[in-house]
Design a protein around this ligand. Structure first.
Ligand SMILES: [Zn+2]
Length: 267
């Protein structure tokens, strides 16, 4: 029944502006993750996706954004607003009422671990998890200041958030498969230890230590105060985004490998 309802709602879905990693970013994370699944996890993931006739993780990586604009009550949050200081994660501050992506990720993992829930619940949890591990790695999805300030790059005015979701990736001018190859081949090692909370804190630290301090060096438009970013901004920040996409892909695989292993790891 849930599946029928969601399928019907999806027919109404429109592709608005994506939330967190633009469409390419989410697909890249899914492509990389799928390539690093154990045979056991891959079989489990494919069998869940088969409930909707899907055969790849990338094909469902955008679903969570597509359904987001629909009037479904209590949609999960795609971000966690961690204070821009050196504190750790305090759910009472950053996840009141479980309204944050970290709580959503926990819930999705619990559904997938249960294994005996109906296919519709499993497929929804899997689609959310694929999307949310991506979102979690976009630094402005883990920061109390999520980048609503207006920027101008090359005559285009948009929010800082969108620059980091989409523009930096688009400036690479590559399609998903090539982008995934490039990210996969990047020299950054990926630390698979830690939890989604640790990964969010890493993103918060990037926002606090790199993204916001750098903005102070650029001039502002005298009329409306928007920050004028140089055209080199996107290329200059690509290595940060590339590293986050790689981490997200490998860590998503690691989570799924743990969930579907015969001896699950304790995330
Ligand atoms: Zn999202």
């Amino acid at each position: 029944m849930l599946k029928l309802v969601l399928s019907a709602l999806l027919l109404l879905a429109t592709h608005g502006d994506a939330c967190a990693w633009g469409r390419e970013g989410h697909k890249v994370v899914a492509v990389i993750a799928q390539a690093h699944l154990t045979p056991e996890a891959k079989a489990a993931v494919m069998s869940i996706l088969a409930a909707e006739g899907k055969t790849s993780m990338a094909s469902v990586a955008l679903w969570a954004d597509d359904v987001r604009k629909l009037p479904i009550p209590r949609q999960p949050s795609h971000e966690v607003k961690l204070p821009l200081n050196h504190d750790g994660y305090d759910p009472a501050v950053s996840c009141k009422g479980n309204r944050c992506v970290l709580a959503a990720i926990d819930a999705d993992i619990a559904v997938l671990r249960a294994r005996d829930l109906p296919p519709a619940a499993q497929v929804a949890a899997l689609k959310y998890l694929i999307h949310f591990i991506g979102d979690l790695h976009q630094p402005l999805h883990a920061s109390a200041d999520n980048g609503q300030e207006m920027m101008e790059i090359g005559g285009k005015v948009q929010k800082l958030h969108r620059v980091w979701d989409t523009e930096i990736i688009q400036a690479q001018n590559l399609r998903t498969a090539s982008l995934a190859q490039e990210v996969e081949a990047s020299p950054f090692p990926v630390d698979l230890s830690g939890s989604p909370t640790d990964w969010a804190l890493e993103g918060r630290d990037i926002a606090r230590d790199v993204i916001f301090p750098t903005l102070a060096g650029y001039e502002r438009d005298s009329a409306d105060g928007r920050i004028i970013l140089p055209e080199s901004y996107n290329k200059k920040n690509w290595p940060i985004v590339e590293r986050r996409l790689k981490q997200a892909g490998y860590r998503l695989a690691s989570l799924l490998n743990g969930i579907f292993s015969k001896s699950p790891r304790g995330f």
